[in-house]
Design a protein around this ligand. Structure first.
Ligand SMILES: Cc1cc2nc3c(=O)[nH]c(=O)nc-3n(C[C@H](O)[C@H](O)[C@H](O)COP(=O)(O)O)c2cc1C
Length: 330
């Protein structure tokens, strides 16, 4: 039987399929079921920076007017009888760690390196195996430069790394003026992993009611190409772990990411559609493919189709259809 084990963020995982941060991972019952069906690791549903700051501020207001948060704040909070969102989250980490043996990765959505970063210590104390930081600033402020926006990534990583010894992954968007430079700089700053790319809520229009509506929540099975391209381009250029996400719905797209050099993939939409048992199906198909190609472990084929090892490195950087598809007809 081939071995599906991989290493992600320095953590041993028995399967490269990680369940992405979402409503699929927000309760202990769901987490246990995901482990039963073979998930390699779980990324918990994100806490939001605002939630952390709001809870902290509420508690601090009762205690002191000082603008900074001290470790004692949490001792104080732990004495409070009512359980808030933040403490529920820490409890979920503790319960998950007690109930399952797969790595539990906490997740925080943030837009700044403000005072929430202290909370990383609480996550570490609760026993999480790693922290994934989901950072995105929609660049709508015309008075800010791209550099200023990107500086937030470096500030967050530096501040959080100073607070904890936990492995840190950055879940990023593809929307950067020089993506490879951003990823390389994060890698140079000892980010433990990059998750690419997050999928964002998109507004849509209803042309009958003339109202703004929600765009499609789940991804399509064809949406994985951007993540595949960038995994292939970056996997030989960085030391940190890489996980692909968005549009990974089939065993074929998982295998493609591993061939490009990913250490793991994160999936959500396909599990929303087919339930946690679909992890078994995907794993069996990966086993079958490995057996057919005589690969005994993920290491045997990981990165075999990264940019420089592939038969067509230029294809990874080809963006215009014009030259190659000039004579294309249907
Ligand atoms: C309903 C739903 C809720 C999500 N919630 C979060 C979240 O709290 N934090 C986060 O980082 N990503 C969140 N995501 C994004 C997923 O983690 C994942 O990166 C994205 O859906 C792409 O993977 P997929 O194509 O397999 O769905 C959510 C996705 C969905 C569909």
């Amino acid at each position: 039987m081939p071995n599906l084990a991989s290493t992600y963020l320095g953590l041993k995982i028995s399967n490269p399929i990680i369940v992405a941060s979402s409503g699929l991972t927000d309760s202990i019952e769901k987490i246990i079921e995901l482990e039963v069906h073979g998930a390699g690791a779980i990324v918990l549903k994100s806490l939001f920076e605002e939630e952390i700051i709001m809870e902290m501020d509420e508690q601090i207001q009762n205690m002191t007017n000082r603008p900074f948060v001290y470790p004692e704040t949490f001792d104080y909070m732990n004495e409070e009888p009512e359980e808030d969102t933040v403490r529920k989250y820490l409890r979920l980490i503790r319960e998950a760690k007690a109930a399952v043996s797969i790595p539990i990765i906490a997740s925080i959505n943030c837009v700044s390196a403000q005072k929430w970063t202290y909370f990383a210590q609480e996550i570490e104390k609760a026993g999480a195996d790693a922290l994934e930081i989901n950072l995105f600033v929609l660049p709508t402020d015309m008075n800010r430069t791209g550099d200023e926006n990107e500086q937030i990534y470096y500030d967050v990583l530096k501040t959080v790394k100073e607070q904890v010894a936990l492995p840190i992954a950055l879940k990023i968007s593809p929307y950067h003026s020089n993506l490879s430079n951003l990823i390389k700089r994060l890698d140079d700053m000892n980010a433990d992993g990059i998750v690419m790319f997050n999928r964002f809520y998109s507004p849509d229009f209803d042309i009958n009611t003339l109202r703004v509506t929600s765009g499609q929540i789940l991804s399509n099975a064809d949406d994985y190409k951007n993540s595949l391209r960038w995994t292939g381009i970056m996997s030989e250029r960085v030391n940190c772990s890489l996980a692909g996400t968005t549009g990974i719905h089939t065993s074929e797209s998982i295998i493609k990411h591993l061939l490009a050099g990913a250490d793991a993939v994160q999936i959500a939409s396909i599990l929303y559609q087919n339930g946690p048992e679909y992890i078994d199906v995907l794993s069996k198909e990966i086993y079958a493919w490995m057996e057919e190609h005589n690969f005994k472990s993920i290491e045997d084929f990981k990165g075999k189709m990264s940019q420089s090892k592939s038969n067509d490195p230029a294809a990874f950087e080809r963006v215009q259809f014009m030259k190659n598809f000039r004579n294309f007809v249907l």
